[in-house]
Design a protein around this ligand. Structure first.
Ligand code: MD3
Ligand code: FE
Length: 215
């Protein structure tokens, strides 16, 4: 049985994180092995790398992509590309197990027929973080964003439509899936500095898969 202090982590729970933001606790847990195998196959072709912000700073979170489009940043700015800038080749195709998970999660959250064309893969090592930002490089803000957390837990920061709006904090754990849409789509968000730890399936890191309709 769960206790009163664990109301936010009951398996199978579907809870509103905020208006138009739904957490599906441990939604990905049955297929975690397949997800991590597919993830490793993508990383073997399009390695994780620390991209550079337009301001010239290397991001602490390592990133890569799969799907028709991938999110990149360099001195020229933030954007989506069809090719991996390292290899010049198209980003690896989105594994079917990724796309079907994102579509199923979106449907449970009330977004039918979500067909992501981009999956950003983030790897957080202990000590790394993602500063507060909006996701606004996509063309269509009517589509939701689906995020899948794997490995070590992280504290997710969720704000409002303005940078200075109050931030709420929620722990995202292995297998949790979050769907953000409508009024939450352009909310500021970020990830607190990852605490050290060891996860049986990922080791000393957290992966996040972020599915978007970018093109
Ligand atoms: C809320 N990644 O890659 S995913 C990102 O855990 C990003 O790696 C985080 O933010 C991570 O851009 C958070 C959850 C997420 C993604 C997009 C959102 C939350 C969002 C867009 C609007 C509101
Ligand atoms: Fe984001």
């Amino acid at each position: 049985m769960y206790d009163l202090f664990d109301l936010h982590s009951r398996e199978g729970e579907k809870a509103a994180l905020a208006t138009d933001a739904v957490v599906l606790r441990r939604f990905a847990c049955g297929i975690e092995g397949e997800l991590l195998a597919a993830l490793n196959a993508v990383i073997a072709v399009a390695p994780l790398r620390n991209m550079v912000t337009p301001g010239g700073y290397a991001m602490s979170v390592a990133m890569t992509n799969c799907g028709a489009a991938g999110w990149v940043t360099d001195r020229a700015g933030y954007r989506y590309t069809r090719e991996d800038p390292i290899s010049g080749n198209p980003w690896p195709p989105m594994p079917a197990i990724f796309a079907s998970l994102a579509t199923r999660a979106a449907a449970v959250a009330g977004f039918e027929d979500f067909l992501p064309d981009a999956c950003l893969i983030n790897r957080y090592a202990p000590g790394t973080k993602l500063s507060l930002h909006q996701d606004k490089n996509e063309t269509d803000f009517t589509a939701p964003i689906v995020s899948v957390s794997l490995g070590l837990p992280a504290r997710f920061l969720f704000g409002g439509l303005r940078r200075n709006d109050k931030v709420t904090r929620v722990e995202l754990r292995h297998g949790d899936v979050v769907v953000w849409g409508r009024s939450a789509r352009l909310a500021y968000h970020g990830v607190d500095t990852l605490k050290d730890g060891e996860h049986p399936l990922t080791g000393r890191c957290r992966f996040n898969l972020t599915f978007r309709k970018a093109l």
